[in-house]
Ligand binder design. Sequence first.
Ligand code: IPM
Ligand code: MG
Length: 350
Amino acid sequence: MPLIAVLAGDGIGPEVTAEARRVLEALGLDLSFEEAPVGGAGYLATGRPLPPETLALAKRSDAVLFGAVGDPRFEALERRLRPEAALLGLRRELGLFANIRPASIFPGLEDASPLRPEIVRNLDIVIVRELTGDVYFGEKGRRETHEGLRQGYDWMSYDEREVERIAIVGFEMAKRRKRKLCSVDKANVLETSQLWRDVVNGLAGDYPEVELTHMYVDNAAMQLVRNPTQFDVIVTGNLFGDILSDQASMCAGSIGMLPSASLNAWTGTVGMYEPIHGSAPDIAGQGKANPCAAVLSAAMLLRHSLSDEASAQRVEKAVAGALAAGFRTADLGGSHTTSEMGDAILKALA
Ligand code: IPM
Ligand code: MG
């Protein structure tokens, strides 16, 4: 029986993860669930944001259902004790280098986007973000300049194997979709990006059916607002992907709608599934959070870790059904609560 590790975390994490779990349970599959604290909750329970028991559970599970981490109470702690360290630790320890972030718009949500409806209608893009390298995991620290000034530094780098494996995920994804891959970098300035571009170009011959283009990240940020439907699959590094995926979420109406999967290979067995929104401490515990991103992350879990495409589509249709029935949380301009939205999804599932 597949074991799902439920790491709900901080802020709205527990509320939205509870709805995602309810949906998974309602499918009638043979699944077992085990919960463990992570992030600020992990720190409170054990003094460490990623307790060893939590990491061990994640490692022996078939998939990780993740909520969110981040808690302003712990912002002043040293970096390795902050909630975010748990997320970065899980990504590194599980080898989750491929982050799949789809951004598509559900019919009826065009008006929830701050962009004009005609700009975002039919939006359906996937951002493939590298997740275990780049400036996130390079050497970092503080030092003093020769003038005695405090200086902070973070080393940006990619080696060719890191670029190749994420580029393959991008090509494979594009191959199964509209066969357009846009690689986003800053090769006009960064040597890391020039290597990235060279490696991506080197793979293009293996995928003659995929149309490959390159775009600088500043231009990509502009194009995502100007004409987001020009994109099919975007492949990019860790930092650029972090920024562009938040931006893409606004094209899709609300950050409360966007799921993600973090995988250890294109045909990976290890996966962690989380909404891309954060812990939103300002609305935590008030029943205001949108559970759709968490529920859609559960759908990705079914698809990628349990190879159950039929159940994944059932869940996605149920979310669309709840939206079509008029259910909207506050981020979508409505006033339904987290659990009312969850109930509506369950009803649509039945
Ligand atoms: C994300 C988040 C994380 C990141 C933070 C919480 C460390 O913003 O998953 O996009 O920067 O990767
Ligand atoms: Mg982010």
